[in-house]
Design a binder for this molecule. Structure first.
Ligand code: SF4
Length: 304
């Protein structure tokens, strides 16, 4: 079996920064209650590692960030790398909570573009996913923004409307191009700002460049949008077997074959150590006497 690690993979700068800031805050504030609104990055192992470090996560996919904030009565509140709405930011300040905002700078720069388009009276179309916290922050901060999840969501407006189009940073570049094409057909005058972040784009391009693998393992949390997109792009590029797993603990060894070439990649919120553990396990895999699947060392993940 030939194992092909795909580069780049694993933590992007935004994820790395959010975890670093949370950890530093916990060290600097012993005994203070620290609460993250939602998963700081979409990876349950990181959430567990932060818990062991004394950082609590309020994670209810059905609750809004404001509803989660209402459960926080004291201490430090952390906003995640996906961004937060202005309302939640203001409410946290009004209630005198200490705020640590780990919003990624790429997310902030997209929000700035939206704000200036709205200030100049443009109609904003935002290509994203309704259930994702990055999109929610935008829609809550700017209620006039029109969310476009698929082509059928493009509204019929006055032909001369000034339209500004942008997108969630972790979308598939192929998907957004398809929707942008539909928008331009209807509104040729639209201004387009493609905002897929560098980390997401590079990981997607690396998948497109893979040559002749029989299978690809995509490592990441089911909630991670950029991980989902890597698996989707791999299928679109006709990689026959694509396996999404969260760690080596979920590796299905029954799909491994001696003569196979297997690629390994990971989403931007997947710790490097988790992906490397899979690569290491596969590299020494013995088909006659397979080793027991190892466990993830949760606490070591915060050392990255
Ligand atoms: S995936 Fe992109 S936008 Fe999201 S945290 Fe990483 S660098 Fe920032």
């Amino acid at each position: 079996m030939e194992v092909i690690p795909i580069a780049p993979r694993g933590f992007c700068k935004g994820v790395y920064n959010a975890i670093r800031l949370a950890k530093q805050t916990a060290i600097a504030n012993p005994g203070v209650r620290i609460t993250v609104l939602g998963q700081i990055v979409h990876n349950r192992y990181i959430v567990q590692a932060l818990e062991k470090f004394g950082i609590n996560t309020l994670d209810d996919p059905k609750a809004t960030r404001m509803e989660l904030l209402n459960k926080v009565t004291e201490g430090i509140v952390i906003f995640t790398a996906h961004g937060i709405s202005n309302n939640v930011r203001e409410e946290a300040n009004r209630r005198n909570l200490t705020v640590l905002d780990t919003t990624c700078e790429d997310v902030l720069s997209t929000q700035d573009l939206i704000e200036s388009a709205i200030t100049s009276k443009q109609t904003v179309f935002y290509i994203g996913k309704s259930a994702h916290p990055e999109a929610n922050a935008v829609l809550e901060s700017y209620p006039s923004v029109c969310l476009i999840e698929e082509i059928s969501d493009i509204p019929s407006l006055n032909d001369h409307s000034e339209i500004f189009v942008t997108n969630q940073t972790t979308m598939s570049k192929n998907d957004i191009e398809h929707i942008i094409e539909g928008i331009i057909k209807q509104y040729p005058q639209a201004t387009i700002a493609r905002e897929i972040c560098g980390a997401t784009r590079l990981r997607q391009e690396a998948i497109e460049k893979i040559k002749q693998v029989d299978a690809l393992i995509v490592v990441g949390d089911p909630k991670s949008n950029n991980t989902q997109m890597l698996a989707k792009i791999a299928r679109e590029h006709h990689i026959e077997q694509v396996y999404r797993i969260e760690s080596v603990e979920q590796l299905d060894t029954s799909v491994l074959r001696k003569e196979m070439k297997i690629g390994v990649t990971a989403g931007a919120s997947t710790p490097h150590k988790i992906t490397q553990q899979i690569i290491d396990y596969l590299n020494v895999y013995d088909f006659e006497q397979p080793a027991i699947l190892p466990k993830v060392d949760i606490l070591s993940l915060l050392d990255e």
